[in-house]
Write a protein that binds this ligand. Structure first.
Ligand code: ADP
Ligand code: MN
Ligand code: MN
Ligand code: MN
Length: 337
């Protein structure tokens, strides 16, 4: 038995956008299963999750991965937040997704989430000139060279950390706005993709720290003629992935349309700054799906059209969305009656 460092990670109660918190507990290792990890507690009055004198909240470990930063047997532990009496705290959106995932598991839903983000150094996007702006967008997306991309060493460090942690990162790319990047997680089931995305976000913040840089998920970090940051959510059920699945995808469009505003309500704060109808987005107050169409709310990719089966891409979620909420509403709308 050895003493290891467990970094307990949880989601706070900030509104309109919850943020990650973490603290370190020395526990007995090596840890083999989540049941080896003790519950813990913290001061909810410092995280917008409690007021008054009874501010103790519980951390209930739900998933752990190797800690790629500390190495050895050290771990990162993702937690659900519970009240002192063990009931689910109102900020705990994972608890609801757990129920939704269980109810609809026969549909075998898969999600692949494209997480866009922007690197900042102080008040400016990383690599932007001290005065004025870089050259207009056009050459930066998937660019190469010190004049086109900023922060690649951070992206490389983050990707290998995710791989070491066993997170299902599927790719990365430089985005349309300089200092903006993307990584993809999944395809995985709803709870798995959401847990891994939160852990990957924590690693992004933590690794950027080493470079004196901060990553933001704000959906429109620079006003004007610069792309915003989204979290395109790619979704399929077993029936969509099987022969004839395109019909099931099209049926899902009919279910999504009347629920547009309910979806937008949980697709991230400040999303109206991003979903303008410009910069590869659709206007926030209307729903439209399109084949190969990156100006639609939902895009059915070329590969799914050609194969007659596959998945669709919900382009509406903002980079700062809570994947527990986004996955829950997509499963309920598409798989429900
Ligand atoms: P884009 O062309 O929009 O930039 P990306 O390649 O960045 O697309 O991301 C596509 C995401 O969709 C990946 O995470 C991929 O794993 C995921 N994906 C692929 N097939 C499916 C599927 N059947 N169901 C859900 N997600 C899928
Ligand atoms: Mn992408
Ligand atoms: Mn993108
Ligand atoms: Mn996309």
């Amino acid at each position: 038995m050895a003493r290891i460092q467990a970094e307990y990670i949880w989601i706070d109660g900030q509104k309109p956008t919850a943020k990650l918190r973490s603290k370190t507990k020395i526990i007995n290792g090596p840890v083999k299963s989540v049941s080896d990890i003790p519950d813990w507690g913290y001061d909810g009055s410092s995280t917008f999750q409690a007021t008054g004198h009874h501010s103790d909240l519980q951390l209930r470990p739900v998933r752990f991965v190797p800690d790629p930063i500390r190495g050895d047997d050290n771990i990162l532990v993702l937690n659900e937040v519970l009240n002192a009496d063990g009931s689910v705290h109102p900020s705990n959106t994972r608890a609801r997704l757990r129920q939704v995932a269980e109810k609809y598991k026969a549909f075998e839903p898969w999600f692949g989430i494209e997480q866009e983000y922007t690197l900042f150094e102080g008040a400016r996007p990383l690599g932007w000139p001290e005065n004025g702006f870089p050259a207009p967008q056009g050459g930066y997306y998937c660019g190469v060279g010190a004049d086109e991309v900023f922060g690649r060493d951070i992206i490389e460090a983050h990707t290998s950390a995710c791989l070491t942690a066993g997170i299902h990162i599927e790719g990365t790319n430089a985005e349309v706005m300089p200092a903006q990047w993307e990584f993809q997680v999944g395809a995985l089931g709803p709870l798995e993709v959401s847990d891994e995305l939160w852990l990957a976000r924590w690693l992004l913040y933590r690794i950027s720290e080493e470079f004196g840089v901060s990553a933001t998920l704000y959906p429109k970090p620079v006003k004007g003629d610069w792309n915003g940051a989204g979290a395109h959510t790619n979704f399929s059920t077993k029936a969509m992935r099987e022969d004839g699945g395109l019909k099931v995808i099209l049926a899902a469009m009919k279910k999504l349309e009347p629920k547009h505003e309910q979806h937008i309500a949980v697709y991230g704060a400040h999303n109206q700054e991003r979903l303008t109808g410009e910069h590869e987005t659709s206007p926030i107050h209307s729903f439209r799906y399109g084949e190969y169409d990156r100006g639609a709310s939902v895009r059915i990719p070329m590969a799914s059209i050609n194969a007659g089966k596959g998945y669709f891409e919900d382009r509406r979620p903002a980079a700062n969305m809570d994947p527990y909420e986004v996955c829950a509403i997509l499963v309920e709308t598409v798989c429900g009656d």
